[in-house]
Design a protein around this ligand. Structure first.
Ligand code: IPE
Ligand code: IPE
Ligand code: MG
Length: 245
C-alpha cells in the first residue's frame, strides 16, 4: 500500500485517466454491466478526492468516447443516467474540495438532460481553484482535431490568420483542452494498452502507465502508486540525461 508520505514534491500537474474495465469487473462477479458502471462512479469519487489531496492541478477522466455511442442503446442510456445522478450527487464533493468542473468533447451530442446538468455544475463550480476536473464526454481526439482544422481553415479563408502563423499555440487554442496544460501522466486501467482515441495531441510527451486493475477496484493507493512510478522516471524531452542534471 502506497501512501502519500512516500511521494515527493514532483506531483504531475496534469493527470489523465482512461477508466476502463467496468464491464469485465461486473462479468467476473456475475453481475450486469450496469452494476460495473455504478461501481465505476464510486472509483471516480475516490480518484478525484485523492488527486485533489496530493495537489494534482488538472485531472482529466475519459468517461465516454465518440465510439461508445456504438454500444447497445440500453448501456448508453445507463451511462447517461449515471452521469446525471453522479453530477447531482457529487456537486457537494466538488464544492467541499474546491474543485472546478470542466467538460471536453462534443457536448451537443449528449442528451438534453445530461448537458443541462453538466453545464449547471460547471457554472456553480467555476470559481473553484484547487483543481480542475475535466470530464471527457462524447470525446474523440480525431473529432477534436477535425473541428480544430475546420475552425482554423475558416480563419485562413477569411484572412484572419495567415497559414505560416499556424503553430502549436494556435492549434492548442482551438482544442477542447484549450484551458489545460499538456498531459504529464496518462493512466489506463484494466490491462489494455491502447489510447482509444484519447487526447492524441495532448499526450505527445506524457508518461504512460498501464495497470491490470479494473476501474471499479482502482483505489487511492493505486493512484499514488502510479504517481510514485511517474516520480521514478526521467523525462528527457529529447535531451540527454547529462543535460538535465
Ligand atoms: C469503461 O469500462 C467505461 C466506459 C467505456 C464507458 P468498459 O465499459 O469499457 O468495461 P470493459 O472494457 O467492457 O470491461
Ligand atoms: C475507452 O474505453 C473509453 C473510455 C474509457 C470512456 P473503451 O472500453 O471504450 O475502449 P476500447 O473499446 O477498449 O478501445
Ligand atoms: Mg472497455
Amino acid at each position: 500500500m502506497i501512501n502519500k508520505e512516500q511521494l515527493n514534491s514532483n506531483i504531475p500537474k496534469h493527470v489523465a485517466i482512461i477508466m476502463d474495465g467496468n464491464g469485465r469487473w461486473a462479468k467476473k462477479k456475475g453481475l450486469f454491466r450496469a452494476v460495473g458502471h455504478e461501481n465505476g462512479t464510486k472509483a471516480v469519487r475516490e480518484a478525484v478526492e485523492s488527486a485533489a489531496e496530493i495537489g494534482i492541478k488538472y485531472l482529466t477522466l475519459y468517461a465516454f468516447s465518440t465510439e461508445n455511442w456504438n454500444r447497445p442503446k440500453l448501456e448508453v442510456e445507463t451511462l447517461m443516467r449515471l452521469l446525471v445522478s453522479s453530477l447531482k450527487k457529487e456537486i457537494k464533493t466538488l464544492q467541499k474540495n474546491n474543485i472546478r468542473l470542466n467538460a471536453i468533447g462534443n457536448l451537443q451530442a449528449l442528451p438534453e438532460k445530461a448537458r443541462k446538468e453538466l453545464l449547471e455544475v460547471i457554472e456553480k463550480t467555476k470559481d473553484n481553484d484547487h483543481m480542475t476536473l475535466s470530464l471527457a464526454l462524447s470525446y474523440g481526439s480525431r473529432e477534436e482535431l477535425i473541428k480544430t482544422i475546420q475552425e482554423i481553415s475558416i480563419k485562413v479563408k477569411n484572412n484572419v490568420l495567415s497559414p505560416h502563423l499556424i503553430n502549436e499555440a494556435v492549434i492548442n487554442k482551438h482544442l477542447y483542452t484549450k484551458s489545460l496544460p499538456d498531459v504529464d501522466l496518462l493512466i489506463r486501467t484494466s490491462g489494455e494498452q491502447r489510447i482509444s482515441n484519447f487526447l492524441l495531441w495532448q499526450i505527445a510527451y506524457a508518461e504512460l502507465y498501464f495497470t491490470e486493475i479494473l476501474w471499479p477496484d482502482f483505489k487511492k493507493t493505486d493512484l499514488f502508486e502510479a504517481i510514485l512510478n511517474y516520480q521514478q522516471r526521467e523525462r528527457r524531452f529529447g535531451k540527454t540525461s547529462e543535460q538535465l542534471s
